[in-house]
Ligand binder design. Structure first.
Ligand code: 6PG
Length: 499
């Protein structure tokens, strides 16, 4: 086993992981451009009683020398060029058999490129998602390692020791698949996470407009988190918790009341699992309404200054009005089910992207292990959804071709049960100008993807009219290829300029 490892990057995630390793008897050599960060981690280790388990190293040479074989280097650093630079510096010091475990939120193409580089020196590069935020990094996160299977199996006992455990004590980690599959699955985990967060914040906004106080909403969310469908849903649980938080001194307003409506994200262009999961959905031709709109919503929210200007230009904008409902309890129950429907849609869309990518890249993804990663520790954990709906399918060794939850009767039964509530919420919200991007697009999503007589007949006819795009005829179906149309009609023959 590993008695010592290197931790490159000592931010909140890397620092937490280093302490978690030390707690489990593994010596950790720290490396970070900031001396202060490393000192902070060592201090925390000392005060927690992990004496001498954490040490600073000066440069890659001494870092490598401090490890016993087999050598494991864990990256917890920003994606893109930073990680490339670290690999540039480290690689000349590595030997055949060494393992790098990249725990960043990295783009799978970068992971695969680095795997190619590392292999030339006999070094095995594992790309793994780590989920659950910094609290989980310290207490036990979930991991999605992918790449060289022998390397992943070599570090598996260590990962199983430190990973979060589900309610049956199973570690939330398993080999995901070849190449960049591990990072890919984590990227879509985040895509799903953002779809869910969008729906939950929209529900929160509606409850505010219904006149509920912050703490009252916290109480509602607490109840939701105990309801069948949302039982132990991490994002609902932390929502309940944060709604009750006040600054330390008495009489202070709720912390949430002071949070600006602006969701920022990385602007370097090098990070952004939310962005990548959506570009992937589009590249792979996967309709992902909820994920796409959740992302656009977050994006629009970040432009606070532009919103202020547009608000002026439009004479006060189109703000949400007060929402009065006759039966508050019944409407809140509708809201719960509507939010649940959007969470289901997020899972359906995210898994659809993963399975499509799996077919494209031939990663041979182990879906049972994807399920394990999502069981606990991570942000999208949701006990009922994972146990009752996803588990039976993901654990049945599905062929990625068949992994389409829209065709799954169990999933669609859940959707059908919540759909009327979703429709009522959207209708009511539209009437009073509530902000519901993810909820409304979820409603549209389910209508469209289960529809068999869409108005897109007219869309296609117009395309053929001006672009000779070709169309399929009713009664001549049978092709699933999106680019195939067989017929053209001369709706209006082209004439010369002089005619
Ligand atoms: C996790 C989180 C984490 C990330 C968020 C936000 O699983 O612990 O997903 O990885 O902080 O997804 O990420 P972005 O701001 O990059 O979208």
């Amino acid at each position: 086993g590993f008695t010592s490892v290197a931790m490159i990057g000592c931010g909140s995630m890397g620092g937490g992981l280093a302490l978690l390793l030390a707690e489990n008897g593994v010596k950790v050599s720290l490396q970070d451009p900031s001396e202060e960060m490393m000192d902070g981690v060592i201090e925390k280790g000392e005060s927690s009683g992990y004496h001498g388990m954490l040490a600073k190293s000066k440069g890659y040479k001494s870092l490598c020398a401090s490890l016993s074989k087999p050598r494991l280097f864990i990256f917890s650093i920003p994606a893109g060029s930073v990680a490339d630079k670290v690999l540039d510096g480290l690689l000349p010091h590595l030997f055949e058999g060494d393992i790098i475990l990249d725990c960043g939120n990295e783009h799978f193409e970068n992971t695969e490129r680095r795997q190619g580089r590392a292999t030339k020196s006999g070094v095995r590069y594992i790309g793994s998602g780590v989920s659950g935020g910094y609290q989980s990094a310290r207490a036990g996160p979930s991991f999605s390692p992918g790449g060289d299977e022998s390397a992943v199996q070599e570090i598996m006992p260590l990962l199983e020791t430190i990973a979060a455990k589900d309610d049956e004590g199973r570690p939330c980690v398993g080999y995901i698949g070849k190449g960049g599959a591990g990072h890919y699955v984590k990227m879509l985990h985040n895509g799903i996470e953002h779809g869910m967060m969008s729906a939950i914040c929209e529900a929160w906004g509606i409850m505010r407009q219904m006149g509920l106080g912050y703490e009252e909403i916290g109480d509602v969310l607490k109840k939701w988190n105990q309801s069948t469908e949302f039982r132990e849903t991490f994002l609902i649980g932390i929502g309940a918790d944060l709604s009750h938080k006040h600054e330390d001194s008495a009489g202070k307003p709720a912390v949430i009341s002071e949070v600006l409506d602006k969701v920022v994200q990385d602007v370097t262009g090098e990070e952004g699992t939310g962005i990548w999961s959506n570009t992937q959905a589009i590249d792979l031709h996967v309709p992902a309404f909820t994920l796409n709109i959740a992302h656009a919503f977050r994006l629009a929210s970040a432009f606070r200054g532009e919103r202020l200007r547009a608000n002026n230009a439009s004479n006060g904008g189109f703000p949400s009005g007060e929402l009065t409902v006759q039966n508050k309890d019944a409407f809140t129950e509708d809201l719960r089910k509507a939010t649940y429907a959007a969470c289901l849609a997020s899972f359906i869309q995210g898994i659809n992207v993963i399975s499509r990518a799996d077919q494209t890249h031939e990663w041979d993804i182990n879906y049972g292990n994807v399920w394990k990663m999502w069981r606990a520790g991570c942000i999208i954990q949701s006990d009922y959804i994972s146990k009752e709906i996803l588990g039976p399918v993901l654990n049945s060794k599905p062929n990625p071709k068949d992994l389409i939850f829209l065709y799954n009767q169990r999933m669609m039964e859940e959707v059908r049960k919540s759909y009327p509530s979703l429709r009522r919420v959207v209708a009511k919200a539209v009437e009073t100008d509530q902000v519901i991007p993810a909820l409304s697009s979820t409603l549209e999503y389910f209508k469209v993807v289960t529809g068999t007589d869409l108005p897109t007949s007219f869309y296609d006819a117009e395309l053929d009219y001006f672009g000779s795009h070709m169309f399929d005829k009713k009664g001549e179906e049978g092709t699933e290829k999106p680019e195939e149309g067989k017929h053209h009609f001369e709706w209006k023959p082209a004439k010369s300029q002089k005619e």
